[in-house]
Design a protein around this ligand. Structure first.
Ligand SMILES: Cc1ncc(COP(=O)(O)O)c(C=O)c1O
Length: 462
């Protein structure tokens, strides 16, 4: 369908509703590339400029309160700016602590112990972003094995680091995520990074049989995030564990999204799988920039004196920053102590959200498929993405299906949905987002109402 007229009208209405954000955007574009620092935040025609946030809401320069399902790239599991974390940070700042970066402290040890206990890891090292954590994990694996090949899942996002930038974006030419996604990388990237399809055990076996002796690591998410919010099958992750063991390949489970999202620890535990290395970020930082690699001593030690510092998992002016660790320790302890309340609550709300969204759109005459549902291992999911398959009744279960414009109406599911929802006071991302403990049934009512208006608007242009 041609959405030119709908988009023109949406943009016109949006520009009228967000004049101050528009003004700031014009200014930002003079000094910043595209007016910002993170491509996916820079929606068209311009993003709302946010001034503050609390719980389920963000507030913008034009004075709107917007119900938010993006929640800090899914990091803010207790909602925006929870008193729990802002309170300890404010107190620390008031008493002369928080910005003395460049040292080490008790907080690091305490937080590492918590993470090790909750992930089954022997050693933990902190850094500042998920991308750095996955990059260091790959370096460790390559040094440990003496091999160069890195295997990943098509559609899997592990942050902008050299071995994560192949097979992320979908190109509609039938090669299923075999492209290198960034300029400026080593020309060897295409050969060094092998990309296999999600949940395809046969392909996993074939690739391991062919290249296993040369593969340093297999990096995968147990619940794929940007790839579409699908849980890995028990069979696939089980085979991933046994085949990597058989071939001496390091299994890296990237839990930057899934860690502490479905339970107070790593989701791999729910599958009964112990990786060699796990990467954590987002939720564990408590809203502050913190990430970690957690894993087997034998591999982790390559970063330290016992391993002659062979892997430069080091540096980082702001690594293990005291304010980040204060937030992280506070958050992790709280999630552990309240695990039995939090995860059933947000998981049940998530189930309700997914079903309601699908139902209300169907009632309006728009077929949509929500992802984010759990499986036998991950029963309580608070994640949701929304897709609009062209074929009514089609269920989306794989990253390529989610991204292929021939399968799903990707223009409708991304920019049109996002702008339409903002006009109704709701912020969704990748079609929907994640729930926090700040979300309630009332917020689902608001979401449902906004989606109904979106559907009516779209259908009136058909
Ligand atoms: C699974 C996964 N790994 C790694 C990253 C990168 O994390 P960061 O954005 O903190 O660099 C992300 C970010 O969304 C992610 O979803």
């Amino acid at each position: 369908m041609n959405y030119t007229r709908l988009k023109q009208d949406l943009y016109r209405e949006y520009e009228k509703k967000f004049p101050r954000s528009r003004e700031i955007n014009t200014r930002a574009c003079r000094s910043m590339v595209d007016g910002g620092s993170h491509a996916i935040r820079l929606l068209k025609p311009f993003p709302p400029r946010i001034t503050k946030a609390g719980g389920a809401f963000i507030y913008d320069e034009d004075g709107h309160g917007i119900l938010d399902f993006w929640q800090g790239h899914h990091a803010n599991i207790l909602g925006h700016n929870p008193d729990l974390v802002t309170g300890v940070l404010a107190d620390a700042f008031l008493h002369g602590s928080g910005l003395q970066t460049g040292f080490t402290d008790a907080l690091q040890a305490e937080t590492a112990e918590l993470l090790a206990g909750r992930t089954g890891a022997e050693k933990v090292r902190f850094t500042t972003s998920g991308a750095l954590a996955t990059m260091y994990a790959v370096l460790l694996a390559r040094a440990y094995t003496g091999r160069t090949l890195v295997m990943k899942i098509g559609g899997g996002w592990h942050g902008a680091q050299p071995w994560g930038l192949k097979g992320v974006e979908y190109h509609h030419d039938g090669d299923l995520f075999q492209h290198v996604d960034s300029a400026g990388l080593s020309p060897l990237t295409k050969e060094e990074v092998l990309v296999i399809p999600f949940n395809d055990t046969d392909s996993l076996k074939r690739t391991m049989e062919k290249y296993g002796d040369d593969i340093a690591c297999f990096i995968m998410e147990p619940f794929i995030g940007a790839g579409g919010f699908f849980p890995v099958s028990g069979e696939f992750i089980g085979q991933a564990r046994s085949l990597t063991e058989k071939y001496g390949t390091v299994l890296i489970l990237d839990e930057v999204i899934s860690g502490f999202r479905f339970c107070a620890g790593s989701v791999s535990k729910l599958y009964g799988v112990q990786p060699d290395l796990a990467t954590l970020g987002k939720i564990v930082g408590g809203g502050m920039p913190l990430s970690a690699v957690a894993g087997r001593s034998e591999i982790m030690k390559l970063a330290g004196s016992e391993g002659n510092h062979r892997v430069k998992f080091s540096g980082g002016t702001y690594s293990a920053h005291p304010a980040s660790l204060l937030a992280a320790g506070t958050m992790i302890r709280y999630l552990i102590d309240h695990e039995d309340e939090i995860y059933p609550a947000i998981g049940t709300l998530g189930e309700d959200l997914r079903r309601r969204v699908e139902r209300c759109l169907a009632e309006e005459g728009l077929y949509a498929c929500c992802t984010g549902y759990g499986n036998d291992a991950v029963q309580l999911s608070s994640l949701a993405m929304l897709f609009f398959p062209h074929e009514e009744g089609r269920i989306i279960t794989l990253p390529w299906e989610a991204r292929d414009p021939a399968v799903c109406d990707t223009e409708l599911g991304n920019e049109i949905l996002q702008i339409s929802m903002l006009l109704e006071g709701v912020h969704v991302f990748h079609g929907l987002g994640s729930l926090s403990t700040a979300h309630t049934e009332d917020h689902l009512d608001t979401l449902e109402q906004a989606l109904r208006l979106f559907a009516r608007r779209v259908l009136s242009y058909r």
